[in-house]
Design a protein around this ligand. Sequence first.
Ligand code: ADP
Length: 287
Amino acid sequence: IPVDVSPSAIEYEGRPADMAIIRDITERKKAENAIMHAKLVAETANQSKSEFLANISHELKTPLNSIIGFSDVICNESHGSLNEYQRKYMSNVLSNGKHLLNIINDILSISKIEAGKMELHMNEFFVSDTINEIKELMEPIASVKNIDMSYGIDIGMPAIKADMIKFKQIVYNLVNNAIKFSYQGGAVKVGGNISDDFMHISVKDHGIGISAKDQENLFYPFFQVESSATRSYGGTGLGLSIVKKFVEIHGGEIWVDSEIGKGSTFTFTMPTAPLNSNLQDISISFD
Ligand code: ADP
């Protein structure tokens, strides 16, 4: 057996005086080196994957934005010059273009998160104002399925310090899912309050629900509950993993309570004024 007798590969268990036990740890060293090498390879691969995703997403966004922009102009400013079919096909191009842009933006967010390039821009804002904006955005989406939307936000809630854009994206994703996985004519309730310096926001639906087993995987990227029923809802399976990351970088937590066929409640917390210690390894700016 070849024995590496360099000092780093020999362990001395000295004592007494001039006696020592020399143990061959060549195999252990080899294993340690192999693990270190594998970790390095994995890190490099992860980094280049994230860079590749970020680059390709940027390249895709430029032509896509012009497809969306021009089809929007054709749909909305050429009244009378399009026949019924042309208008229908053009609005199809527009809505699919927007859908593709959402997917690309999700992939960009994930690659930023994985590359550790997520930034927080902290602002002071009232949760009730932000929820009101989301309410307006959601109304047309909810009305298509005749969903009864209600909002129980504690009006005494003081202003909080957080990244408002990310906060909006969290609530938007949760409410959008709640509507998407509700039955026709269902009900969705958004609740919010503050206790012990933490804000609690919950989004409750009475939709299809999620099994205990699927709840374990829900927050992993690209996870979608496997059944022909849910696949027909579309989506990328990225929303909840982004939501979880956004919540966690603020120093909060997210969880779900759900029962198949009865509905789901997603709840997340966030400190009302995060401390720097909650926000390690993140580039932060206070606006
Ligand atoms: P997407 O909605 O784009 O598929 P998400 O990450 O937001 O991606 O959600 C992942 C999966 O979790 C969904 O595909 C769905 O199977 C399940 N899910 C999320 N929210 C709900 C909900 N409110 N009710 C039932 N299932 C849900």
